[in-house]
Each structure stands twice: as structure tokens, then as C-alpha cells.
Design a protein. Structure first.
Length: 466
């Protein structure tokens, strides 16, 4: 699996990096194909070590480009290990290098124009980082399925899916992961992702989100040294969301957390709160206290109350998380101060930035952050985060499907607010909270509900800070 914090490169960036390496003489295309093919073989044997002693019938599907060239190398290397290998060419090789790899295979075995409908091991080397296109073939059935660079049918820049698409158990990609491995339909089709380093340094302003462990430590000092977060709640009967938010802010390490509610909601909340303090003053009055270091409003607040409260909250110019009802109250294309974090789901995002709703997710969240002038976290199984500068991160949400439960977004908002209260920069708070949110879901597993997430955080934090 790729490391958290790893750069994520688009198809164009990968092509540019490789072309520069070829032009400079750092490596030849043939050498890179040999390395790529060996990396695929190594990954297969690491994933399924039992196959070393029980070679499966293997079908390699080769496309017309250099991804197909990689496939011919894989076929040759597996054949050298004594594996029964069949090679199918979807089209003639276009590049000189791919043609050379095909010719080397043909000194060993034939290239078929038709493939068997079923095999033990299927290796998809059709298009890789090339744009997906409809293909005139059926997908063979196989016990083990491996994609070279990316599954056919998945756009590795956007995660969109074109049928017929191949769903892999293992994907071996080169240099760096691509956005489509993590967003849209990509994660489900990619399976386990292995990133092979072929010796070219990769850098990007898009990376795989990683928690900043330095933000989670606690040393000497008292509670106010770790910040005071306030959560603005709503009327009676709607307090559960705000209480989840407040508890998450406290669990993530804020020194103090106060829930601010209308007077009529005081009794309901007082009966459910212990370590979290309760105030019924007006938000404008509370914000006169300079010791308050972060604000969260929106969960369970009600749109009207959020709309009335927003001006005083934004005027306070404190680190602020805007979620749920507060996002609706903001309206379209808001412009905010840079210490804000917006946390919409897809529906809320479409209402705020309607012209961006159908764009690829990373592009959309980057443009939204630029317009809003602050950090935007667009939630989902492929949560993406960007700040106004264009720096962006994708959260690897695989294995955290149990987060699809009512209230989990309220918890995430509280986690971000708690980290902001402790002094974290908005982008760092957002990606650290999102990573811990996923980690808590993976740790707890099936049956997770929103109330479980804050209670699972101590176990996750111990693993990181011990």
C-alpha cells in the first residue's frame, strides 16, 4: 500500500516525468519496461506466495501502448519461472519499444488474437494510464486479477468508470499512485494497491493525506494551553449532532470544549454533558473571550439560527469549521477568511458551488477552495481536501465503509475544530482529522455508529503517539 503523505501524480505528470528521464538519458524506455514487468512479478509473488509452488495458468492481456509492452515483459518473466502463460494482443503495438517487447515474447510463445474465457490468473496490461475507452471484448473470468498501472475502464485522473471495466484484486502502479486509485469508482476496481519505485523522484502539490503526529502530542501545560473550542448548537430535539461534535473536539485533545445553545435547549443538553461545558449566552457575547481558539457551527443548529449567527462568528476571525446547516446558510460561492474550513458532502457542495458539482473531485475542491479563500474538505469515501493555494490531499478511505452512518460527519467537524483549537493550521487540521476519522472506523469495524468514533480515538492516538 502507498505510504500516507506520498505524492499523487496525474497521467500527464507521469508521462512528462518519464519523457524527461528518457531525454536526459537517465533510463531508456526498454529498461523502464523491464523494471516495470519485474515489479509486477514481484508484487504477484508477494501477494500470493503460494503461487510460487503452484504456478497458475496465466492470461496476459496486452494493449497497443507501452502498458502492453509491460505486459509482454511480465509474460516473458513468468514463463521463465515455468508458469503456463497465454498472451492476447488487443491491438498491434504502436511504439517501437512495445513492438520490441512483443517480438521478444514471440521468440518464446505466440500472441493470440482470441483469448480463453476463463483463466487462473488474469493480468490486465491493456491501457494503464491511457484514457479509458469502450473496448470490444468480454472480460475473462479469473481467480486472481492483476492490473498493470490501473484497471482497464478506470480513468486514473478522475476515477470515472467506462464499461466494460476490469475489477482487480491487485494493482501494481509505477512511480507514484494516481488520483483515480482513490477517488470515484477507482478504489473498488483497484483492489490492493502496490506502488513500484522505478527510480524517478516524484513531487506534486497533491498527496495522499497523512496525519501530522506533532499536532496530537500533549506535554506540559494546562488546559488552556491546548485551546478552547466552542460548538454552537440549536433548538431542543436537534442537539445530538452538536453533542457529537463537541465530544469529538474534546477527544482529539482540545483543552476545553463548550457547547453554546439557546436557553430552551439547556435542560436537554445538561442531562447529556459532563466534561463538556454548557453556555446559553449569545455567540457574539461569548466570542468576546479571547481564550476561545476555535469555533464550530452547523451540526444540529438549524438554518435560520446559523444564518443569524454567521456574521458575528466570521467577524471574530477565529479558526472556524462550517458544517451542515451553516453551509446551507452561507449560500452560493461564499468568500471567507483563510482560517475557515468548509466540510460539505456532495449535496451541500453542489448547492454552494453548482457549476463545480460535475467536475472531477480534486479539480472541483481545488477551485472551491480558491473561490472561498479557505480550506475545503469534500466528504465521501474519497474525501478530498484543498486550500486556497491549490495544495490538495486525498484521503485513502478504503476499508472504512462503516463511516456511512448518520452523525459521522458531525464527529469529523468536531475533530477538525479540536485540532484548530490546539493551534493547527486549517489544512493540516482537516487532513489529520480525516485520516484519524478513517483510522477509527477501520479500528472499530462492523457495527460502527457515530457515537463510537470518539470512543475509538484513544486507541488510534495511542498507536500514533506512543
Amino acid at each position: 500500500m502507498p505510504q500516507e503523505g506520498a505524492p499523487i501524480l496525474t497521467s500527464a505528470q507521469i508521462k512528462g516525468m518519464e519523457e524527461h528521464a528518457f531525454a536526459s538519458g537517465t533510463i531508456t524506455p526498454e529498461q523502464m519496461m523491464e523494471q516495470a514487468g519485474q515489479a509486477v512479478v514481484d508484487a504477484i509473488l508477494a501477494q500470493w506466495p503460494d503461487l510460487r509452488n503452484d504456478p497458475p495458468h496465466t492470461l496476459v492481456l496486452c494493449g497497443p501502448g507501452n502498458n502492453g509492452g509491460d505486459g509482454y515483459v511480465v509474460a516473458r518473466l513468468l514463463h521463465a519461472r515455468g508458469w503456463p502463460v497465454e498472451v492476447f494482443a488487443y491491438a498491434d503495438s504502436r511504439s517501437t519499444e512495445a513492438q520490441a517487447m512483443r517480438q521478444r515474447w514471440q521468440t518464446i510463445g505466440p500472441v493470440a488474437s482470441q483469448h480463453t474465457p476463463q483463466t487462473d490468473l488474469l493480468i490486465d496490461a491493456l491501457f494503464g494510464i491511457g484514457r479509458p475507452r469502450p473496448i470490444a471484448m468480454t472480460v475473462p473470468k479469473a481467480r486472481y486479477r492483476v492490473a498493470v498501472d490501473g484497471p482497464t475502464g478506470i480513468d486514473l485522473d478522475t476515477g470515472s468508470r467506462t464499461e466494460p471495466a476490469f475489477d482487480a484484486d491487485l494493482t501494481v502502479t509505477f512511480h507514484a499512485p494516481k488520483p483515480g486509485h482513490f477517488i470515484g469508482a477507482g478504489p473498488a476496481a483497484t483492489g490492493r494497491l502496490y506502488v513500484a519505485d522505478l527510480g524517478l523522484a516524484a513531487s506534486s502539490d497533491l498527496h495522499l493525506a497523512a496525519p501530522d503526529v506533532r499536532l496530537l502530542q500533549k506535554g506540559d501545560g494546562h488546559k488552556y494551553d491546548h485551546g478552547h473550542a466552542i460548538v454552537l448548537g440549536g433548538p431542543p430535539g436537534h442537539g445530538g449532532a452538536a453533542r457529537l461534535t463537541a465530544r469529538a473536539a474534546l477527544r482529539i485533545g482540545a483543552g476545553l470544549v463548550t457547547l453554546v445553545t439557546p436557553p430552551e435547549a439547556q435542560a436537554e443538553n445538561a442531562a447529556r454533558l459532563d466534561a463538556i461545558m454548557l453556555r446559553i449566552d449569545s455567540p457574539a457575547e461569548i466570542l468576546k473571550d479571547k481564550r476561545i481558539t476555535a469555533i464550530c457551527l452547523g451540526p444540529g443548529m438549524g438554518i435560520d439560527r446559523a444564518r443569524k449567527t454567521l456574521p458575528s462568528v466570521l467577524a471574530a476571525d477565529r479558526p472556524t469549521v462550517l458544517d451542515a446547516d451553516a453551509l446551507t446558510a452561507l449560500g452560493k460561492n461564499p468568500r471567507l477568511h483563510p482560517r475557515c474550513v468548509l466540510t460539505p458532502h456532495r449535496g451541500e457542495f453542489a448547492r454552494m458551488f453548482p457549476d463545480l458539482a460535475d467536475m472531477p473531485k480534486v479539480e472541483a475542491v481545488r477551485e472551491a477552495a480558491r473561490r472561498a479563500g479557505c480550506t475545503v474538505l469534500l466528504k465521501g469515501h474519497d474525501t478530498s481536501i484543498a486550500e486556497a493555494s491549490g495544495r490538495a490531499a486525498i484521503v485513502d478511505g478504503r476499508g472504512a465503509g462503516w463511516l456511512a452512518t448518520a452523525g459521522s460527519g458531525d464527529v469529523l467537524a468536531g475533530m477538525i475544530a479540536g485540532l484548530l483549537a490546539r493551534g493547527a493550521a486549517p489544512f493540516d487540521a482537516a487532513q489529520t482529522a480525516a485520516c484519524l476519522h478513517v483510522a477509527a472506523a477501520r479500528s472499530f469495524g462492523p457495527g460502527l455508529i457515530a457515537e463510537d468514533i470518539p470512543e475509538e480515538l484513544p486507541k488510534v492516538l495511542r498507536a500514533l503517539v506512543s
